[in-house]
Write a protein that binds this ligand. Structure first.
Ligand code: 13P
Length: 287
């Protein structure tokens, strides 16, 4: 059964660790994320972007796949199914499709409109027992064709949004999606601390969790980050293992072309990466 992310996030905040939120892209990803979380006894958030939701033939299919894999793999750790960077319409569609958590990304809207739409979605999520993440200040890098400017969030605006009754808040602190460029100066802990001082006990979300040095991630957790999003590093792990398999000519040996064989090393690469991140985030054994 899917659960709201509220309880696991609040426990992480109180326990000074973070929940890993891993983006799924297809069946292999979903199986791998759930297997890794189960092996690590870690609560987990499986999340999907709107683009990946479309790729997976719709949000209803995503919800069905996640629930069916959980049943088949006998998943016993808490799992939340979350929409990543949702539009207003996408949020409504995921609520309808049976997700247990949504992110409304109103960061590109005028601030007043971000507030109004967040408020409306908070009311719906409260009624349905779902968790909701909101965003202030767009997060840099490119994701699903959306390019953010990577600005740091304004702490005052963070407080206004945090006070709307959301479960967790994503705020830009110099983090970006995708690979970090050469010479990236690192997370802005001064901004993180200023936001934290304004929002009190509101759990914070770190997007662009791929490629940030482990010690920096752990410092962010100590300063109030309770959910960390990871997508790119799982994609890179999958691609690297799949490339090695093909470059070794294994797909042309025997029945090495069978997708169950061809995709197996990549899938194992995702399992290993998710387990590694869960360890770094300190949430192993917290289920
Ligand atoms: P990365 O792809 O950089 O890990 O970011 C994932 C993310 O923040 C999804 O919202």
């Amino acid at each position: 059964m899917l659960v709201s992310a509220k309880e696991m996030i609040q426990a992480a905040y109180a326990g000074h660790y973070a929940i890993g939120a891993f983006n799924t892209n297809n069946l292999e990803w979903t199986k791998a994320i759930l297997q890794a979380a189960e092996e690590m006894r870690a609560p987990v958030i499986v999340q999907v972007s709107e683009g990946a939701g479309k790729y997976m033939a719709g949000f209803k299919n995503v919800a069905d796949i996640v629930k069916n894999v959980m049943e088949f793999q006998k998943t016993s750790v808490p799992v939340a199914l979350h929409l990543d960077h949702g539009t207003y319409a996408g949020c409504k569609a995921c609520i309808e499709a049976g997700f247990s958590s949504i992110m409304f990304d109103g960061s590109s809207l005028p601030f007043d409109e971000n507030i109004e739409k967040t408020k409306e979605l908070v009311a719906i999520c409260n009624e349905k027992g779902m968790s909701i993440e909101a965003e202030v200040g767009s997060i840099g890098g490119e994701e699903d064709g959306v390019v953010g400017l990577g600005e740091c969030a304004d702490p005052e605006e963070c407080k206004t949004i945090a006070d709307l009754g959301i479960t967790m808040l994503a705020a830009g602190i110099g983090n970006i999606h995708g690979k970090y460029p050469e010479g990236w100066p690192g997370l802005r802990f001064d901004v993180l601390d200023a936001i934290k001082a304004k929002v009190g006990t509101m759990p914070l979300v770190l997007h662009g969790g791929s490629g940030i040095p482990d010690a920096m991630v752990q410092d962010a957790i100590r300063r109030g980050v309770s959910k960390i999003n990871v997508n790119t590093e799982c994609q890179l792990a999958f691609a690297e293992k799949t490339r090695a398999y093909i470059e070794a000519g294994k797909d042309i040996q025997g029945k090495g072309y069978d997708p169950r064989k061809l995709l197996a090393p990549g899938a194992q690469g995702i399992v290993d990466m998710v387990k590694y991140k869960i360890e770094v985030f300190g949430c192993a054994g917290k289920a």
